[in-house]
Design a protein around this ligand. Structure first.
Ligand code: FES
Length: 204
């Protein structure tokens, strides 16, 4: 068990353990912080940034991503200020055009009063949360989904588009995907090809 850490979240004194993240400490204290790319089973990835919070230590205040930010002794955290709500609204406006049909995104947009986005982006059914990539690699020990490209070109790709096909066809990533990309991939037959369909030399 890690060293005990005492911090303050939304004015409440919270006991945590060294190594925990601010999001975990808040959850333990019954304080809700919105998330889109977080999953307890997986290594946090900090992709969607919707979980950002205000963190103050030694008189210095920063906005940090709570699902990856570690607890610190004496840290003071605010999870729901006016500025945080404004920042979350902008993030939602940026993500909504990418996956306009996404249930989790729409729910959060409604909660934060985002009716429509000022940004125009080609819909991809993917907010690059990385849940499918991480779940496949970390839990299933397969690599059927991966990230390709950088910056604005970044996207997820399904093998056999880019690599030896390793999808175990478990379909467990379906329920994780907030944007709908996985269902789209399935409809294109990318998740149901036999393992021998396209393989690298030396692989079955
Ligand atoms: S939930 Fe923390 S960055 Fe997505």
């Amino acid at each position: 068990m890690g060293r005990k850490i005492t911090l303050e979240i939304d004015g409440k004194t919270v006991e945590a353990e060294e190594g925990m993240t601010v999001l975990q400490a808040a959850k333990k204290a019954g304080i809700e912080i919105p998330t889109l790319c977080y999953n307890e089973q997986l290594e946090p990835y900090g992709a969607c940034r919707i979980c950002l919070v205000e963190a103050t230590k030694n008189g210095r205040t920063r906005y940090v991503v709570s699902c990856v930010y570690p607890v610190e002794e004496g840290l003071k955290v605010k999870t729901d200020t006016e500025k945080i709500r404004r920042m979350r609204k902008i993030l939602l406006e940026l993500m909504l055009p990418l996956a306009p049909a996404s249930g989790p995104l729409r729910d959060l947009a409604e909660k934060y009063g985002v009716k429509e986005s000022r940004f125009q982006t080609e819909p991809t059914a993917c907010i690059l949360c990385g849940l499918c990539v991480r779940y496949c690699a970390e839990v299933k020990k397969a690599n059927a989904v991966s990230f390709v490209g950088r910056g604005t070109e970044r996207q997820i790709a399904f093998v056999p588009e880019v690599a030896p096909y390793e999808c175990p066809s478990c379909r467990e990533c379906y329920g994780l995907c907030p944007g709908g990309k996985i269902v789209e991939a399935e409809s294109q037959g990318l998740l149901s090809m036999p393992i021998t369909r396209k393989t690298a030399a030396g692989r079955r």
